[in-house]
Design a protein around this ligand. Structure first.
Ligand SMILES: C[S@@+](CC[C@H](N)C(=O)[O-])C[C@H]1O[C@@H](n2cnc3c(N)ncnc32)[C@H](O)[C@@H]1O
Length: 268
């Protein structure tokens, strides 16, 4: 269901999944992100299994997929420096084919951006509802349902893997599997880009969607750039670049992009 009148957009473009302090409740500040006042709910997920979290993430994005696609058709929420980081990632892809997996592609808006910048893109997402929107809005880009923890592709399939605010819903225990899969499906010298809200801990961030009438719960995990870089190193990647910027506009958190390349030492 698309709201009759869309929530107010922030005057300052913001990256995905961010929250803004001091802005009136119900404002939409980034894809899948809504301002709901100063409160930032904490969530105790000790009782949940990882599978429980995954099921919850899938169900939530299935529920909100149409609204998400309607509010964020393109890269309007991204800051110029975010797009510059993506540009750097694209230049690091060495082969002429630039085969890129948009890992956690959602409704496909960033798949479109990468395609428009010379990449051959395949998308995967956990949520069939989000994939349905991607197929509807970007029918020329192949997109399928899969988890970034277990990719349905042979070894050496891609030049680049692109995680644009998708690891934010993956629990620590599963993140190692995500980057092990990245190493497996990447070709030699392959490159990963990982974008996320920087910080620590986990939060329940579904309130904005609930304000649109959706009965959902959504957990988000925060990491520092150092933590993500260390996990990538463990999986065999060497840091190539990082961008950590202060919050813009009403964002609550620093925003981070880590780019890393497969090292010479193949741990697989
Ligand atoms: C904040 S949205 C970002 C979507 C897209 N990258 C964009 O920028 O519009 C997070 C996306 O990650 C997906 N996701 C979360 N966990 C995933 C997993 N384990 N495997 C694949 N996709 C996942 C969600 O279904 C959702 O579409």
């Amino acid at each position: 269901m698309v709201p009759a009148s869309p929530p107010e957009r922030s005057p300052v473009p913001r990256p995905p999944g961010t929250y803004a302090p001091g802005v009136e409740s119900g404002s939409l500040t980034g894809h899948g992100a809504f301002v709901f006042g100063e409160g930032f709910a904490r969530l105790d997920t000790e009782w949940m299994t990882d599978d429980g979290i995954t099921a919850q993430v899938r169900a939530t994005y299935d529920t909100v997929a149409e609204d998400y696609a309607a509010h964020f058709p393109g890269t309007e929420p991204e800051a110029a420096i975010d797009l510059a980081a993506i540009g750097h990632f694209v230049t690091l892809l060495e082969t002429g084919t630039r085969d890129v997996l948009d890992a956690g592609c959602g409704t496909g808006r960033m798949s479109r951006y990468l395609t428009d910048h010379g990449c051959h893109v395949q998308g995967v997402d956990l949520s069939p509802g989000m994939v349905a929107m991607a197929c509807r809005d970007h029918p020329d880009i192949k997109t399928e349902v899969a988890s970034i923890t277990a990719l349905p592709f042979p070894d050496d399939s891609f030049d680049g893997l692109f995680y644009w605010y998708s690891i934010i819903h993956v629990a620590d225990d599963d993140l190692r599997a995500v980057f092990d899969e990245a190493r497996r499906v990447l070709r030699p010298n392959g490159v990963v880009l990982v974008a996320f809200q920087a910080g620590e801990g986990e939060s329940e961030v579904g309130a904005g969607y609930r304000m649109l009438g959706h009965d959902v719960t959504l957990v988000r995990f925060h990491r520092t750039a150092d933590q993500v870089t260390r996990l990538l190193q463990t999986a065999g990647f060497l840091e190539a670049a990082r961008m950590v910027r202060d919050p813009l506009g009403g964002e609550r958190h620093d925003q981070a992009v880590v780019i890393a390349r497969l090292g010479d030492l193949c741990l697989g």
